[in-house]
Design a protein around this ligand. Structure first.
Ligand code: ATP
Ligand code: MG
Length: 203
């Protein structure tokens, strides 16, 4: 974590006062959200978290599209909305920008739950598909200034993922099935795009 903080701080210095959009990519359960909060607390400049998972399509849209059982796959997010919002964040105009927040307890997002004031220096985003080389995700290539891929041993990751699914209400069997099924397919996709990261991160 120390090297990670130092790297972001060096990039901030190089940005010479401009707002910096920093991304943490990684497989489901790799620790992105946890790492993002630690980094936010360590940085000495105003940093706001704008996670990718706020852009999950609502369950009513997933039902309409017949994709409820694959929630978390790339096409189950409003990727274009995410790109557009980060573009606005990067432009750093005088207005407060609002972003949606995914709430795991209800598995839905609240619109405009996150406020990004014009004074924020760093916008920190994290999610599965920040490095995906497919439209519209690859528009993030020009929108996020620096992207890290979070590495973790797969057995540790899957163990934590199962535990978290259970903590949020799934039965042990369902937690295991979801972690080794849809989550695993998404994890393979994320790993295949990890070489596109500016730097690898292992905490
Ligand atoms: N360093 C750590 N030590 C122990 N547990 C951790 C650590 N980092 C994360 N965890 C736990 O592992 C689980 C997954 O972490 P986290 O939610 O940060 O991952 P994520 O990459 O954001 O997952 P998702 O892709 O599903 O959003 C959580 O229950 C978290 O509390
Ligand atoms: Mg997360």
């Amino acid at each position: 974590m120390d090297a990670f903080v130092a790297d972001v701080e060096a990039r901030l210095t190089a940005a010479a006062g401009a707002r910096l959009v920093v991304g943490i990519a990684g497989a489901p359960g790799s620790g992105k959200s946890t790492a993002a909060v630690v980094l936010q607390n360590r940085l000495r400049v105003e940093t706001v978290l704008v996670p990718m998972d706020g852009f999950h399509l609502a369950n009513e849209q997933l039902e309409r599209l017949g994709r409820r059982q694959r929630k978390g796959a790339p096409d189950t997010f409003d990727a274009a909305g995410y790109v557009a919002l980060l573009e606005r964040c990067r432009a750093a105009g005088p207005e407060t920008i609002y972003a949606p927040r995914f709430v795991r307890e209800i598995e839905e997002s609240y619109a405009a739950a996150i406020a990004l004031p014009s004074s924020a220096r760093v916008v920190l985003t994290e999610g599965n598909y920040l490095l995906l080389d497919a439209a519209p995700w690859n528009e993030l290539d020009r929108v996020i200034d620096v992207r890290y891929h979070l590495e973790i041993d797969d057995d540790v990751r899957v163990e934590r993922l199962i535990a978290r699914h259970i903590a949020f209400g799934k039965s042990p069997d369902d937690a295991r099935a979801w972690s080794l099924g849809p989550d695993e397919a998404n994890a393979r996709l994320v790993e295949r795009s990890s070489h596109r990261a500016d730097a690898l991160l292992r905490l």
